[in-house]
Design a protein around this ligand. Structure first.
Ligand code: C5P
Length: 217
C-alpha cells in the first residue's frame, strides 16, 4: 500500500496555457507546455488515484487519467469547478491568462491604412485557484507560482491570497520553466519552512509534489 498512497482518492489537475480568442484566426497565449501538469496527473495515477486532467495540451497520460480538453480560461474555469466538489486533491498547474479580449471579433481584424497602432480591450479572467481556495471544504489545494523575480516572497503572498495548502514556486524566463523538461522549484506551505528542491526532471518534481500532498491529506 506504500506505493499507492492515493488509492481511492479523486485528483483534479489543470495543465497548459489558456488561449484567449481575439478573432477567428488569432488568440492571446503563453509559453506553458502542459508538461508539469500532465506529469502531476500521471504521478497521481501512479499513486493509485482516479484523475481528471483539464488541459489545453494533450500529452500522453496513464489509463487512470481522464483527460478533458479546453482552450480558454472560461472553459477551464467551468471544467475545474464542475469537478471540484468530488475532488480530494486539486493541483492547478495551468498557466491561466489573467485577461481576455472584452469582445471577440466575428471577422478577422484588418489593418486599416494609416493605422500605426491597434488597441485591444481586455477584461480580467476569473482566478480559478482563488475561487477554489474560497470554496474548499476537505480538498487539499496546490497552486503554482511562475515568477521572474522575488520568487519566494511572491509565492508566499500567493499562498495566503489564494487560500492554497501548497504553492510550488518556479523561476521562469528564457530557457527556464516553460517548455523545458526540468524545473528547480521551491515548495511553500503554511507554517512550514520553504523546501527548495534541486533541479530535477518535471516527472520527478511531480512525484515529489504528489507524495508531499498525500502525506498531508
Ligand atoms: O497569480 P498567478 O497567475 O501567478 O497565480 C498562479 C496560480 O494561480 C497557478 O496555480 C494558476 O494555475 C492559478 N491561476 C488561476 N486562475 C487565474 C490565474 C492563475 O487559477 N486566472
Amino acid at each position: 500500500q506504500a506505493k499507492q498512497p492515493l488509492a481511492g482518492k479523486q485528483v483534479l489537475v489543470s495543465a497548459g496555457g489558456t488561449q484567449e480568442r481575439i478573432d477567428p484566426v488569432r488568440y492571446i497565449g503563453n509559453d506553458s507546455s502542459g508538461k508539469m501538469g500532465t506529469a502531476v496527473a500521471n504521478a497521481a495515477a501512479a499513486a493509485g488515484a482516479d484523475v481528471t486532467l483539464v488541459a489545453t495540451k494533450m500529452l500522453p497520460v496513464l489509463p487512470a487519467v481522464d483527460a478533458v480538453y479546453v482552450t480558454s480560461a472560461a472553459e477551464m474555469h467551468d471544467a475545474m469547478l464542475a469537478n471540484f466538489e468530488g475532488a480530494d486533491l486539486v493541483v492547478m498547474a495551468a498557466a491561466v491568462a489573467d485577461f481576455r479580449p472584452t469582445t471577440v471579433s466575428g471577422n478577422k481584424i484588418k489593418k486599416q491604412s494609416g493605422d500605426d497602432a491597434l488597441h485591444l480591450d481586455l477584461v480580467q479572467n476569473p482566478d480559478i485557484l482563488a475561487e477554489m481556495g474560497a470554496q474548499k471544504s476537505h480538498q487539499y489545494l496546490v497552486g503554482f507560482a511562475a515568477e521572474t523575480n522575488d520568487l519566494v516572497a511572491n509565492a508566499q503572498a500567493k499562498l495566503e491570497r489564494k487560500g492554497a495548502d501548497m504553492i510550488v514556486a518556479n523561476p521562469v524566463g528564457y530557457g527556464q520553466g516553460f517548455n523545458t523538461d526540468t524545473d528547480t522549484v521551491t515548495i511553500l506551505r503554511p507554517d512550514q519552512a520553504p523546501l527548495a528542491l534541486d533541479e530535477a526532471a518535471k516527472t520527478e518534481v511531480a512525484s515529489t509534489i504528489v507524495r508531499l500532498a498525500a502525506m498531508a491529506m
